[in-house]
Design a protein around this ligand. Structure first.
Ligand SMILES: *Cc1c(COP(=O)(O)O)cnc(C)c1O
Length: 227
């Protein structure tokens, strides 16, 4: 299917989820995850009206950004970020969604001269295969990175487990939202923590109902691709 048709379906679902949860459509940012698709398909997404793109590997991120060369596009880095790759992307990102360790914060801080907007990745479900801080580590981590003036913690990010059980998904998203509230209430200058990056193709409607502000959608929007 064309991205235009996919987008229509996704937008319709988002609208319904917003209605169910009394939220405003304008508070949801759709990030199209283009990690497995070609430049042509990525271009098609931009032409369909999408201006937030997400990539999870630095090489592909730089390649797509260079080839697409469009100042209207906001680029999100959503994958595990190796410290030695930071300088290749740090001044090109709208936001990094995967801040998960102090050494990475230190490297980001060192490689740029202006604040970088970051989401802290949280492993809410506790699965071994998932990256991210454990929820109980987050507040301490935020205190520790206070020293890095170029790190701006704008929100929290998580990946829900790959399950069908709606209740399980809801619980994961709720925990992240609670944690976000706890951080936000502290009114820290380096961690306004207003946003929630959560929800993918399988679970974005539930994520929106639980407060997601940034949803990262790949297969439903630019796919299908095998995950
Ligand atoms: C691939 C990926 C997505 C999108 O996954 P879909 O299930 O295809 O929507 C979202 N977030 C991250 C971090 C990803 O790696």
């Amino acid at each position: 299917m064309s991205v235009v048709s996919n987008l229509e379906i996704v937008r319709n679902n988002i609208e319904k989820a917003c209605k169910r949860s009394n939220r405003n459509l304008e508070d949801i940012t759709i990030i199209a995850v283009t990690k497995y698709v070609t430049i042509e398909r990525t271009q098609e997404a931009i032409e369909a009206g999408i201006n937030h793109l997400g990539e999870n590997r630095t090489d592909e991120f730089v390649k797509k950004q260079t080839q697409i060369n469009n100042d209207d596009v906001n680029w999100h880095f959503i994958g595990t970020l190796q410290s030695r790759k930071v300088r290749e992307v740090v001044d090109k990102v709208t936001a990094i969604h995967s801040l998960d360790r102090k050494s990475l914060a230190k490297e980001i801080n060192k490689r740029t001269s202006k604040p970088v907007e970051c989401f802290i990745q949280v492993n809410v479900s506790g699965e071994d295969t998932k990256h991210g801080l454990h929820p109980e580590e987050v507040l301490n981590f935020i205190r520790e990175i206070d020293q890095y003036e170029n790190i701006q913690v704008i929100g929290l990010m998580t990946m829900a487990p790959h399950v069908e059980d709606e209740q399980v998904l809801r619980e994961v998203f709720r925990k992240l939202a609670d944690l976000r509230d706890q951080v936000k209430e502290k009114h820290l200058a380096h961690a306004p923590c207003k946003y929630l990056s959560m929800g993918m193709s399988n679970d974005y409607e539930i994520a929106i109902e639980e407060g997601a502000t940034h949803i990262r959608i790949g297969s439903e929007l630019v796919g299908p691709y095998d995950k």
